[in-house]
Design a binder for this molecule. Structure first.
Ligand SMILES: C[S@@+](CC[C@H](N)C(=O)[O-])C[C@H]1O[C@@H](n2cnc3c(N)ncnc32)[C@H](O)[C@@H]1O
Length: 226
């Protein structure tokens, strides 16, 4: 199944909003670290419901904020959730970003980058479109050290790339980006029931659920264009 088919189906049954709710727990902390200045142009790669462009416009003085997604249904939903003319949604693929060289101040991506068919090439594309000093904030929950994410590929038809923390840093550098920061952001909001309620929603033990959310959380890697 293609990205379009898979995620059009997610958008049609409301999973765009479900993702927004879950991802916001850690995305908001990562977004708050983005050094946005007045008028900055920002791109959200794999925007889903488009919550990141909306949040950036509400919390900062960003100028144009774009949300790109390979699913037309996702972008149609995202468009319907805002009336802000400075937020624009584009159907496109991570393989070929429809932006000019040196044209953006920041690129954001949450829980989407690892779906890229060629993630190294996507990083080159990001490096191409960022202005000198521009940043890439790449946030993922699916990564090597987070063993609780390893079976996610079994439930989705789109091929996923599972890199380690080190592989993210190496790939950023190979694409010409300096690594400015790498951190894990714990999810403190997902409710974890008391020991007596386990097994619970697919979790065999409370310990495993605590590790997934409170310890591993979201891996954020920040790159800076030279
Ligand atoms: C798991 S969702 C995450 C959405 C949103 N960033 C969030 O945090 O809720 C991944 C999104 O990336 C998009 N996507 C996946 N692969 C893509 C690709 N190669 N090109 C463009 N968009 C892609 C999907 O259509 C989907 O909307």
């Amino acid at each position: 199944m293609s990205v379009r088919q898979e995620f059009d189906a997610w958008a049609a049954d409301g999973r765009d909003k479900g993702m927004e709710e879950r991802h916001w727990h850690t995305a908001k902390h990562a977004l708050a670290r983005m050094p946005v200045e007045d008028g900055d142009a920002i791109l959200d790669l794999g925007t889903g419901s488009g919550y990141a462009p909306r949040a950036l416009r509400e919390a900062t003085d960003a100028g144009r904020v774009y949300g790109l997604d390979g699913s037309p249904e996702m972008t149609a939903n995202a468009r319907s959730y805002t009336e802000d003319d400075a937020v624009g949604f584009v159907v496109g693929d991570f393989d070929s970003l429809p932006f000019a060289d040196d044209s953006l101040d920041h690129v954001w991506s949450m829980e989407a980058f690892y779906y890229a068919a060629d993630p190294n090439h996507t990083l080159e594309e990001v490096a191409r479109i960022l202005k000198p000093g521009g940043t890439l904030f790449c946030a993922v929950n699916y990564y090597e050290e987070n063993e609780h994410s390893h079976d996610w590929q079994d439930n989705i038809s789109v091929e996923m790339t599972r890199w380690s923390r080190e592989e993210y840093r190496e790939a950023f550098r190979d694409a010409g980006l300096h690594v400015a920061e790498q951190d894990t952001i714990p999810d403190e909001e997902t409710e974890i029931p008391p020991e007596s309620e386990f097994p619970h929603e697919g979790w065999d033990s409370r310990e495993a659920m605590v590790e997934r959310y409170r310890v591993y959380g979201t891996l954020l890697t920040v790159g800076v264009a030279p």
